[in-house]
Every structure is written in C-alpha cells, then in structure tokens.
Design a protein around this ligand. Structure first.
Ligand SMILES: O=C(O)c1ccccc1NCC(=O)[C@H](O)[C@H](O)COP(=O)(O)O
Length: 204
C-alpha cells in the first residue's frame, strides 16, 4: 500500500519528512487551511510526487500551481463539480485528479458514481468542522457496503493505531493519507511517528 503525508506547511520539516520516502507529499494551497503553504515554499520541497490540495479554487489557479510546482496530482477537497474535474483534466491531461468526499454516513458515498469517469482517484475523508485535517476516523465498515470502481485514498485521523482495522476492508485503499495525528504542531510532522507510519503502510 502507498502512503501520503499531507499538510506539510514548513519547508525544513517537509524536506526532513520527504527524506523518509513517503510515496506522496500533500501541500495544501487553500488559504482556508491552517496548513496553507505558498507556491514558492512548496517549490522548495524536494519530492517527486507532490499532490496539491485545493478547496473550491479556480482552474486557472490550480493550473498555475500544478505547472510551476510540477504536481503529480490535484486533490479537490471542496464542492468541485464533475464538469470542473473534466475541465481541469482537459487543461493538464497528465495531472492526476483526486476528488475528496467528506463522509459521515452511507449516503455520502452516493455522489461517487457521477465522478467515476471524471477523476483518477477518490479520496474518502471524515466529515468535520473543517474541510480536512479534522483528525477523526470515520466508520470504515461503510466501505464494505459500497461499490467503488476507482482506486481510492483513505483519510481521516489515521495513525498506526487506526490502521489495526485495515484488514477488515474487503476493497483495500490505494493510498493511506495521514495528517494531523502525526503533528508536533500545526503543519509540522513528528519525524518518528511519520517514519513509523510510512514503514508500516509500505509493509502492508
Ligand atoms: O488538513 C487541512 O488543513 C485541510 C484543509 C482543507 C482541505 C484539506 C485539508 N487536508 C486534506 C488532507 O488530505 C488530510 O490529510 C485529510 O483531511 C486527513 O486529515 P487528518 O484527519 O488530520 O488525518
């Protein structure tokens, strides 16, 4: 399984974490986030597969950041429509489109079918007071009750302890996405906790 460490907001810490070789690094380009990072800062992070996290931003802004930061993917964490995802893909065909869905109940998965032909991956995160980074695990049992025809990222309150339930999933995630549970302070990851999580996920 692959692992994404998200919400790195300080360049020095981000480069220390990049040295631990997670498969993906997440940079949050939404000013609504406590973990906001600028394009200029993100460019200084040395990792080959950076994913930009965006919340209801314009296609022009995403294209500018994706191009200048050589992003692997754009994670759309707001209420971006199917048409928006298709239009973004048309602008940069090589950019992976990851559509996030905030999950509290089974009905929150109803929308995924509409996005199937418009995105590369789904991301399932816990619905909370913020758009993301809420640090709460949702009920993964719901994942055994849905049909999901895309590889998906699993997010929401993930640390090594939370992953004890991963074997209960029939359809395993493509990527484990971890954020606030690894933090010493907002936007700063703890090296040991992050290393432990990366080693664990990459061994599953
Ligand atoms: O983390 C944020 O501050 C954030 C703000 C706005 C949109 C998305 C955000 N995070 C996106 C992520 O990919 C997180 O890793 C995901 O929400 C899980 O976070 P956590 O529950 O803290 O592990």
């Amino acid at each position: 399984m692959k692992v994404k460490i998200c919400g790195l907001a300080h360049v020095t810490n981000a480069n220390e974490i990049a040295q631990l070789n997670p498969d993906f690094i997440g940079c949050i380009f939404s000013s609504a986030s406590k973990r906001f990072i600028t394009l200029e800062q993100a460019k200084q992070i040395n990792h080959p597969q950076k994913i930009g996290v965006f919340v209801n931003q314009s296609i022009a802004e995403i294209v500018n950041i994706a191009t200048n930061c050589s992003l692997y993917g754009a994670q759309l964490h707001g209420s971006e429509s199917v048409a928006f995802c298709l239009a973004l893909k048309q602008q940069i065909p090589l950019l992976k489109i990851i559509k996030a869905f905030s999950i509290a109940q089974l009905a929150d998965f109803d929308a995924i079918e509409d996005y199937e032909n418009a995105v590369d991956y789904f991301l399932f995160d816990t619905k909370g007071k913020d758009f993301g980074g809420n640090g709460i695990v949702f009920n993964w049992e719901m994942l055994n009750q849905i049909t999901c025809n895309k590889p998906y990222f699993l997010a929401g309150g993930i640390d090594v302890a939370a992953l004890s339930q991963i074997n209960n999933l029939q359809n395993k995630p493509f990527v484990i996405d971890a954020n606030s549970k690894l933090e010493d302070a907002i936007g700063i990851k703890n090296n040991n906790k992050t290393k432990q999580l990366i080693t664990y996920v990459q061994s599953i």
